[in-house]
Write a protein that binds this ligand. Structure first.
Ligand SMILES: *Cc1c(COP(=O)(O)O)cnc(C)c1O
Length: 396
């Protein structure tokens, strides 16, 4: 009899006890708004920002309402205006082009390599053709391109880099934490990311004026002195009358839940990577399947895994997905004609000017994607991989 997997691909771990206790304390005193502080109190949000700045090595950090908000805020703080063109990945998730559209700008999509990273040759070409001065770089599914080469291209072209680190919080490139190459980086603390407050996000930067603008944009009124991981107050004088308030703050309840999770993240990253390596090893050398070889310079966070089915026809891929699903294994396919759940393709984002990305199309057509929540054990991952392996070989 064929074995099935019984686990749940969208079940995360519970909030740690320390987070529950801290949340109850916030509920108990009722000061949920970040600026609602008792005498001498710093507040959970300001403390979390300090801790997140230290975690990434950034000078400044701002906690906000979502990862999508963080990206819109970063684009505004960098100075993107309606009608501007913004370079971004052809392979990413909907909140990325959505953030660009939210400021009235136009996404210019860049091709994808077989390593699932942004195509640097296409980036250089499109930076020149489009004249765009901003790249919203998505480290989609945790795949980090050669950041030294990317920064060289962008610096040369005068392109400011905003990093979308929704899938790389806790990861890095060649010893540098993810989010520390560009001028500003964005993170998400939504339930399916690496720390979980339901909704939430961060903006980090070393740039004084950019960060002062971001803090005012987030809805700080004139209470920005209450932030800890912020530029000096004088910097705000330059921007406070000309920067609109577009409220998207984080609250003390979410921050209370996040602080213990952030402290625990390095240990969680190790656990994710063990699940990832077990799954990767069990899938490697499957005829008809190609694992994505990771660059040794990448410090990964293996919270999901992607594999390619090179040259497979769509019907065959559909068969593998259907048969895996019948055995409890949920694979996502970026080649589907119609967007499903969280997965959509650049040609579904029709508010953006129509663009053709043949290389990206060819890769997405073969790409299978799977979450690895920490509620899975290494044995679960071996079972899941053996099911995929059997179904890929059966479909051959
Ligand atoms: C989740 C996600 C975001 C941010 O999402 P929110 O749901 O707004 O927190 C940004 N980029 C990518 C690639 C994501 O997956």
């Amino acid at each position: 009899m064929k074995r099935s997997f019984k686990g749940n691909f969208t079940q995360q771990e519970p909030i740690p006890e320390a987070g529950i206790e801290a949340a109850l304390a916030v509920l108990g005193h009722g000061r949920l708004h970040r600026y609602n502080l008792a005498e001498g109190e710093t507040g959970e949000v300001a403390l979390l920002e300090e801790e997140f700045a230290a975690f990434t090595g950034a000078k400044y950090a701002l906690a906000v309402a979502s990862g999508g908000y963080a990206m819109g805020c970063a684009l505004r703080a960098v100075g993107v205006k309606a009608g501007d063109k913004v370079l971004s990945n052809g392979f990413t998730l909907a909140p990325v082009p959505g953030a660009i559209a939210s400021v009235g700008a136009e996404p210019v999509f860049v091709e994808t390599t077989e390593a699932l990273t942004i195509d640097l040759d296409d980036l250089a070409a499109k930076a020149e053709q489009s004249g765009s001065k901003v790249l919203l770089l998505s480290h989609m599914r945790g795949h980090i391109c050669d950041m030294d080469a990317l920064m060289q291209i962008c610096d040369h072209a005068g392109v400011a880099v905003i990093e979308d680190c929704a899938h790389t919080m806790g990861g890095g490139w060649d010893g540098v934490p993810s989010g520390r190459h560009g001028i500003v980086a964005c993170y998400s603390t939504q339930t399916y990311k690496h720390i979980n407050s339901g909704e939430g996000g961060f903006v980090v930067s070393d740039d004084d004026e950019l960060m002062a603008r971001a803090i005012i944009l987030s809805g700080s009124y004139m209470l920005y002195p209450r932030h800890k991981a912020r530029p000096p107050v004088e910097v705000f004088e330059k921007v406070k009358y000309v920067t609109p308030n577009i409220s998207g703050r984080m609250d003390n309840l979410r921050a209370a839940i996040l602080r213990p999770q952030l402290a625990d993240l390095p240990r969680q990253v190790e656990r994710w990577n063990r699940l990832y390596r077990v799954t990767e090893e069990s899938l490697r050398n499957t005829p008809g399947l190609k694992v994505i070889e990771r660059d040794p310079k990448e410090q990964i966070v293996g919270s999901s895994i992607q594999v390619l089915m090179p040259q497979a026809r769509p019907e065959k891929i559909q068969t593998v997905i259907t048969n895996c699903k019948a055995r409890g294994v949920e694979l996502k396919w970026f080649g589907a004609e119609v967007p499903v759940a969280f997965t959509s393709r650049y040609d579904s984002w029709r508010y953006a000017p129509a663009q053709r990305l043949p290389k990206t199309d060819a890769i997405l057509a073969q790409l299978l994607d799977m979450r690895l929540p920490l509620t899975f054990s290494e044995d679960d991952c071996r079972l899941i991989a053996s099911i995929i392996r059997e179904e890929v070989m059966d479909a051959a």
